[in-house]
Design a binder for this molecule. Structure first.
Ligand code: 5GP
Length: 184
């Protein structure tokens, strides 16, 4: 467990919510599930930049079957803590995925709009199969239901940072996940 139980970033206070050991154990479990489910199928993981890079790196190391990786990038919140619901594609995938077994890897599903947008793009490439993995799911915030086959943790509807997730580009390097302190 991190000794620093709370921290301040951009004037807001955050407290530790999921420590690195808890995260690593759950990510390893997801990796084992994917290895079993996709045995013999050589999936391609599509990481959603920037937030998913750390989860994706650990997830991929936990997968012990042949697999590939590529990335796409969506527009971000900027320094806002609330989902704008407006998403643009900033970087397309390079790999041909027609006929491939695709797993989209996100850091967090909040309203679900980003994941729905990505799934709609992916379907146009006609993959053999399509599934979604997300480290975090804010179930109470979800406005559109997108099937999520691999979910690390269902979390409260509060802003989180760390382990790839940022607050105005800061905080991604934290090995643990922190949640914003609720105002009194
Ligand atoms: P959605 O489209 O589901 O509302 O939001 C998805 C994206 O919003 C995520 O990929 C992430 O970039 C960002 N996001 C949503 N909630 C949080 C949060 O609590 N913390 C951070 N850092 N980003 C979030």
């Amino acid at each position: 467990m991190n000794e620093n139980q709370s921290l301040t970033l951009r004037g807001d206070t955050f407290r530790i919510y999921l420590d690195r050991k808890t995260i690593q154990e759950r990510v390893a479990e997801l990796g084992r599930m994917i290895s079993t489910d996709y045995d013999g199928r050589k999936p391609i993981l599509i990481g959603v930049l920037n937030g998913a890079f750390m989860f994706l790196a650990d997830l991929m190391r936990s997968i012990d079957i042949e697999c590939e990786v590529d990335f796409l990038k969506l527009s971000s919140y900027g320094v806002e803590k609330i989902s704008s619901g407006v998403v643009h594609e900033l970087k397309k995938i390079d790999a041909p995925i027609e006929g491939r077994h695709v797993i989209v890897v996100e850091d967090i599903v909040d309203t679900g709009l980003s994941m729905q947008f990505i799934m709609d793009i992916m379907k146009k490439y006609r993959p053999a199969s399509l599934s979604a993995a997300t480290l975090l799911h804010k179930t109470a915030a979800t406005r559109v239901e997108v099937p999520l086959q691999y979910v690390g943790f269902k979390i409260k509807n509060l802003f989180v940072i760390g382990y790839g997730l940022d607050y105005g580009q800061l905080g991604r390097n934290l090995p643990d996940i922190y949640i914003i302190e609720e105002e009194e």
